[in-house]
Design a protein around this ligand. Structure first.
Ligand code: IMP
Length: 196
């Protein structure tokens, strides 16, 4: 079985990917390969950051790997917060402060269209691959729902009258940006395994 390092220490993310892709690959967390430092993320784009993190891992830990980067892109705010989604309201990365800032900035605009975009950078056998997952939607005018994380209480995916925070995990994963990017990664890795 081939091993691939997943640039995360979040056990839920590792478990989810292992369940989806587990039969041919074993996924290792950063901790499992002894990486304790913060990975570099200095690019102005999601693609750049995903690649930067994955290249750092390959150079320093010499293993096939993939990393992901996600941003919320709001149309009326010219794509902001984008790459700074996690620290929109400041370095403390506080989800409540981030959502408050977003609702404040967006208040003057009738256009509330937004999308979540995830980019996965896979470094496999010396080649680089990018996979993108997008979910279109709208920013609600107030927080709704208790589940999820980050901006879930204000993000209403297209065709839904509920926010991500009002959905079950399974419902959200089936349509989410990350779920869609992982599905593309899964399809690619399955094809690789078939040909290998
Ligand atoms: P990361 O690249 O996965 O760290 O995501 C960057 C930031 O985007 C996170 O800190 C969250 O604030 C936000 N984010 C990413 N995915 C989601 C999601 O599924 N729901 C809500 N917020 C998210």
């Amino acid at each position: 079985m081939e091993t691939i390092v997943f640039a995360t220490n979040n056990p839920n993310k590792i478990r989810e990917v292992q369940q989806l892709l587990g039969s041919n690959y074993q996924f290792l967390s950063l901790e499992e390969v002894g990486c304790q430092e913060e990975l570099p993320e200095t690019s102005p784009t999601l693609e750049g950051n995903a690649l930067e993190k994955a290249r750092y891992l390959l150079q320093n830990y010499h293993q096939d790997c993939f990393s992901e980067d996600t941003g919320l892109e709001v149309e009326a705010l010219d794509g902001a917060p984008g790459v700074i989604t996690a620290r929109y309201a400041g370095a403390e990365r506080d989800p409540d402060l981030n959502m408050q800032k977003l609702l404040r900035e967006l208040a003057p605009f009738p256009n509330r269209k937004a999308r979540f975009r995830t980019v996965i950078a896979l470094l496999l056998k010396g080649e680089e691959y990018l996979f993108e997952g997008i979910v279109e939607g709208e920013i609600s005018t107030e927080l709704q729902g208790e589940d999820g994380f980050g901006y879930d209480p204000v993000f209403m995916p297209e065709g839904q009258s509920r926010t991500f925070a009002q959905m079950s995990k399974a419902e959200k994963n089936a349509i989410s940006h990350r779920g869609r990017a992982i599905a593309k990664l899964q399809a690619f890795l399955e094809k690789q395994a078939d040909h290998g």
